[in-house]
Write a protein that binds this ligand. Structure first.
Ligand SMILES: NC(=O)c1ccc[n+]([C@@H]2O[C@H](COP(=O)([O-])OP(=O)(O)OC[C@H]3O[C@@H](n4cnc5c(N)ncnc54)[C@H](O)[C@@H]3O)[C@@H](O)[C@H]2O)c1
Length: 381
């Protein structure tokens, strides 16, 4: 604490992401030399009993049941949005107008129009902003980025990504309400396109540059589900599965697939990139490794290397334990919080910014549009 400026944080949402973010703000200054000491000033959600218990568990100084009150508070420097997608735009725009820094969960908006308004709000208020596309902070994925940027793969020909889950196969699963808002299109904006493909698109554009055009198909396998809030059986408006072909601006070709109907897969996010000299693969289920093949290796010894990304010269790893000991999912959020605070002290803006989040939403909009029109679509600029 000594010598560090305090940064007062107000987090909206105490669910899955509320926990990862609270943990990240607590741990970041313990493992990174940061100029700021994040203070868990307030947490906001609507159920006051559960809110109190969450605030006690994580050491929040106070709690609010209305995000508007949180945004108005003079003692809050940064609003962190970890609530469902339909809340992102309204909270982020109000926070920016109140002069707060804003961090927001992905997808930035339910669609690109919302994301654009949010981006304009933070840019015109000139406040620091960031979207929690946390897979950019997996050390193995960062290593992959360094290899690509150093030219080790050469010209890129192919990019391949999948994000597979299996938790919505049952027809009896209702839609809407707590825990199941992802199945309600009015809250989520879309199904797996905005939820899962958005992650794969953000990583892909970070690694391989902008996407030029897409050709997509989507499917809703279960067409009606009981809605938890109305008690009525209602049409399902989300896409259960989504796949697309695309061309990147650098001329490489790609395939992307996401589904919640791949029995046996819980969160199988995999990516592969094939270049002129080398190929690399990464798998979230084995997140501390990359598989790497370099054609320029000596012939008889040429083969796929499995690199355990835990050495002290690997990205972020000198901050953690000793070489050979791996870290996990929660650390990606810690890295992101640390990078945000470090950039802030240097007067810089850490990526992914809201503008980067908007770029992903423009691609997901194009994917959904192409699935409808059955035509190739270019993300709007
Ligand atoms: N970066 C990632 O890998 C990742 C992973 C999961 C979720 N997400 C994103 O994080 C966001 C939250 O997802 P989650 O899984 O944590 O959801 P969740 O359902 O676990 O939690 C949502 C929280 O928001 C609160 N909430 C809902 N409406 C609110 C309102 N009007 N005011 C204040 N609080 C409100 C709920 O009470 C709950 O605490 C979503 O945008 C989701 O897409 C990102």
């Amino acid at each position: 604490m000594i010598g560090r400026k305090t940064l007062n944080i107000g987090v909206v949402g105490y669910g899955f992401m509320g926990r990862t973010h609270s943990n990240a703000f607590l741990q970041a200054p313990r493992f990174f030399d940061l100029p700021y000491q994040p203070v868990l000033k307030a947490v906001c959600a609507r159920n006051s009993e559960r809110l109190k218990s969450f605030a006690n568990t994580w050491g929040y100084e106070s709690a609010e049941t209305d995000w508007r009150k949180l945004v108005e508070r003079a003692d809050i420097d940064l609003i962190d949005i970890a609530s469902p997608n339909d809340t992102h735009a309204e909270i982020a725009i109000a926070a920016a107008r109140a002069g707060k820094m804003v961090m927001c969960e992905k997808p930035l908006g339910r669609n690109a129009a919302e994301a654009k308004a949010m981006t304009e709000a933070v840019e015109s208020a000139n406040v620091a902003n960031m979207v929690w596309y946390n897979y950019r902070r997996v050390p193995a994925v960062v290593l992959l980025k360094h290899l690509i940027d150093d030219g080790r793969l050469g010209r890129i020909f192919h990019y391949r990504a999948k994000f597979l889950q299996d938790w919505t196969i049952s027809q009896d699963l209702p839609q809407g309400g707590e825990g199941l808002w992802r199945l309600d299109v009015s809250v989520a904006g879309s199904g797996v396109t905005g939820d899962l493909l958005a992650h794969t698109i953000d990583t892909a554009m970070w690694l391989n540059g902008p996407i030029a055009e897409v050709s997509a198909m989507t499917e809703t396998f279960v067409k009606q589900r009981k809605h938890n809030l109305t008690g009525q059986v209602e049409p399902v408006g989300i896409d259960d599965a989504s796949a697309f072909l695309c061309r990147f601006q650098n001329g490489s070709l790609a395939t992307f697939e996401a589904t919640r109907y791949a029995r046996g897969h819980k969160a199988l996010y995999t990516l592969e990139i094939n270049g002129e000299h080398a190929s690399a693969m990464w798998d979230l289920h084995d997140l501390h490794r990359i598989q790497f093949f370099d054609h320029r290796d000596e012939g008889q010894l040429r083969g796929w290397r499995s690199i355990h990304v835990t050495d002290s010269d690997h990205p972020y790893m000198r901050r953690w334990w000793v070489p050979g000991l791996q870290i996990g999912y929660e650390h990606t959020f810690i890295h992101q919080a640390a990078d945000f605070l470090e950039a802030l002290s240097e007067g810089k803006q850490a990526a992914p910014t809201f503008r980067d989040g908007l770029a992903t939403d423009l691609v997901t909009d194009a994917v959904l549009e192409s699935a409808k029109t059955r035509q190739w679509e270019a993300p709007c600029t």
